[in-house]
Write a protein that binds this ligand. Structure first.
Ligand code: B12
Length: 136
């Protein structure tokens, strides 16, 4: 069973998308470790290491992930997490920003898949397709 750690990064209390993601992942047969809102990047990484997770799926609704996720690359190297898939979605900037600027920025932080203001169902379907291909 694919293990997924999920939650909302930083000082972010928007919980609705997180609950919907939890329900969707479970109904698609994933083993879900939901850390909920107000979770720091280091806590996500600890959970990934502890559970030996295959995927880390982070949400940010207030847009502050840009600040909270900058250290992802160095944490990935520190804990040797090359085999983990890193995904982030939600409102990935504070205020207006172009998706074509946002995606490369988060990829440079170390995320494999980035969804800025994407419909949740469309985004999750893309994630499920990506993970299916990875498993082959
Ligand atoms: C409800 C709400 C609140 C509630 C939250 C209650 C709760 N416990 O969840 C309250 C009133 C507390 C709140 C507070 C704040 N909020 Co508010 N809030 C909203 C609101 C109205 C709806 C958010 C929501 O839950 N939607 C339901 C979810 C399911 O939909 P969604 O947010 O559109 O999310 C979609 C995508 O982001 C995506 N998605 C999310 N995660 C992921 C992950 C993946 C992998 C994928 C693929 C997709 C994905 O899927 C969702 C569905 O399409 C939005 C405005 C809006 N109309 O969207 C603002 C909004 C998110 N809030 C905003 C702000 C600024 C705040 C505050 C900072 C306001 C303030 N000055 O105090 C605080 C933040 C406090 C904090 N520490 O985080 C801004 C964020 C702006 C930005 N990023 O630039 C928004 C967009 C309002 C706005 N237009 O300015 N908020």
């Amino acid at each position: 069973m694919i293990k997924v750690v999920t939650g909302v990064v930083g000082n972010d209390i928007h919980v609705v998308a997180n609950r919907l993601i939890d329900i969707s992942l479970k109904s698609h047969g994933f083993d879900v470790f939901n850390l909920g809102v107000n979770t720091y990047l280091e806590e996500f990484i600890d959970a990934v290491v502890e559970t030996d997770a295959d995927v880390l799926l982070i949400s940010s609704l207030n847009g502050e992930a840009e600040g909270w996720c900058r250290d992802l690359l160095s944490l990935k190297q520190q804990y040797d997490l090359d085999n983990v898939v890193f995904i982030i979605g939600g409102n990935l900037s504070v205020g207006e920003a172009k998706t074509e600027d946002i995606i490369p920025k988060y990829k440079s932080y170390g995320f494999d898949l980035v969804f800025h203001q994407v419909d949740l169902i469309d985004g999750l379907n893309e994630i499920y397709d990506y993970l299916k291909d990875k498993k082959r």
